[in-house]
Write a protein that binds this ligand. Structure first.
Ligand code: SAJ
Length: 415
């Protein structure tokens, strides 16, 4: 079959590669012409394990790159759905993707929305656009929401192995979409309605957001109670039905920090828990900054080092990163130097320096992302460069808690 993938980001691109490997002909569509040129030259524009290798190995006759969709059997929409003012989902990209395929749609085509969308978008916003264009949706044109649920850093493996939710607007749409994904998915394929699929995807990320909020609240409560929250979590998790997550500097990324709002905005006040969880996680950068001011009293004459600006460890993505919010607050109070080995300096939203330059003359090192490079920092290097060797490790990852000359602070010893 010929598959047209609209939107070549973190999801669209790996999806296109997986379908091409499964011997489909794939038309890769994006409005970003520079990106298309880069792909033509064989370059994936972001870091994701296995993706570049898979891309290089694919039969390149199976892939073509175009700025607008062309005739195809299947159209997969994988464009972003950002949140705007008042936490409303911005469906502009989804709508313009649908509009862009209208001129080339043919009877029997299947449209799949992979983008994360609020409930009632597939059977609502999208069906309306198609009906207005004269199509009988479910009869002449088939439509399903098949949300992506892959973890950045493990996209290729999870795309193949995770269970896949297929939310068709009718049975025929479910069947067509299910048989398409079977061409490379080894996980279970589960069919449901489009609205259930929409809610399922949003609830998965909301579940994680709420549970991380609980861990973060435990860290906050512990800081006033004199409790060691990390030990409490470890002990509690020996219970067969308890699995508390880890506290950190907050929740970032373009999914977990965003998706709960898609439920909140549609559910008319029925979501106080989800809203509170969002508030707790959003408050963490300020909590981190407050702890910093307790460790080192604020002064622009004091240098503070920050390690890690990405939204989590071992990725180069800093969208919605709580680390940037921490930096935003602290740069008004101290002289800040920032280091991140996973982010290229020219892509970074804040100036980056080398590890050594970051540490020189520093009164405190704050770790905000658990990159592999930070687990085994060289104590000698810290002692040689820093003015006072204190580490505040918000990710509990640095293995220097027992060093005799370094003061190591994590959420376990805040009071
Ligand atoms: N975090 C904590 N404590 C934890 C776990 C995570 O503070 O114990 C933080 C991370 O540092 C990060 C944020 O939460 O800032 C989210 O990280 P993550 O690794 O939990 O998830 P994402 O955002 O990279 O990917 C999620 C995944 N969803 C779930 O695990 C339910 C992924 O499967 C989804 O496909 C992805 O969102 C998405 O695109 O929706």
């Amino acid at each position: 079959e010929t598959i047209c993938v609209v939107g070549l980001g973190y999801i669209g691109l790996p999806t296109a590669v997986m379908f091409a490997r499964a011997d489909h002909t794939v038309i890769c569509v994006d409005t970003n012409l520079r990106l298309l040129a880069q792909l033509e030259q064989g370059q994936i524009p972001f870091d994701e394990p296995l993706l570049q290798t898979y891309f290089e190995k694919v039969n390149h006759n199976r892939l073509s790159y175009l700025p607008t969709p062309s005739t195809s059997d299947v159209f997969i929409i994988a464009v972003p759905t950002p949140v705007r003012e008042e936490y409303k989902a911005d469906l502009t990209y989804v709508e313009s993707a649908i509009n862009s395929i209208l001129p080339v749609l043919e009877v029997g085509n299947l449209i799949i929305i992979e983008s994360t969308i609020p409930p009632k978008t597939t059977d609502g916003v999208v069906t309306n656009l198609l009906t207005q264009a004269g199509w009988r949706v479910g009869e002449d044109i088939f439509l399903a929401h098949c949300p992506e649920r892959v973890l950045p850093g493990k996209i290729i493996v999870e795309m193949r192995e995770n269970a896949r939710i297929i939310g068709g607007i009718n049975e025929a749409s479910c069947n067509k979409a299910a048989s398409l994904y079977r061409s490379f998915v080894t996980g279970t394929i589960l069919t449901t309605s489009s609205i259930n699929a929409e809610m399922c995807k949003l609830m998965e990320n909301t579940y994680r957001d709420v549970n991380i909020a609980l861990a973060n609240e435990l860290a906050k409560a512990s800081s006033v109670l004199g409790v060691n929250p990390l030990e409490v979590i470890q002990l509690a998790n020996h219970h067969p039905r308890v699995q508390i997550l880890q506290p950190g500097p907050g929740v970032g990324g373009h999914c977990i920090a965003v998706d709960p709002y898609f439920i909140i905005q549609q559910a008319h006040g029925q979501t106080p828990l989800m809203q509170t969880a969002r508030e707790i996680n959003t408050s963490m950068p300020a909590f981190v900054a407050e702890q910093v001011t307790r460790i080192v009293s604020p002064s622009m004459n004091k240098k503070i080092s920050i390690f890690g600006i990405t939204y989590k460890g071992n990725v180069s993505d800093f969208r919605e990163s709580p680390a940037l919010e921490v930096i935003h607050i602290l740069k008004e109070l101290y002289t800040i130097n920032v280091h991140d080995p996973k982010v290229e300096a020219h892509h970074s939203p804040v100036p980056l320096v080398s590890l050594e330059d970051c540490l020189v003359g520093s009164e405190l090192l704050i770790v905000l992302a658990d990159h592999d490079e930070f687990y085994y920092l060289d104590a000698g290097e810290l002692l040689a460069h820093m003015k006072s060797p204190i580490i505040f490790d918000t990710k509990n990852c640095v293995k220097l808690s027992n060093h005799p000359s370094i003061q190591y602070i994590s959420y376990n010893n805040l009071n």
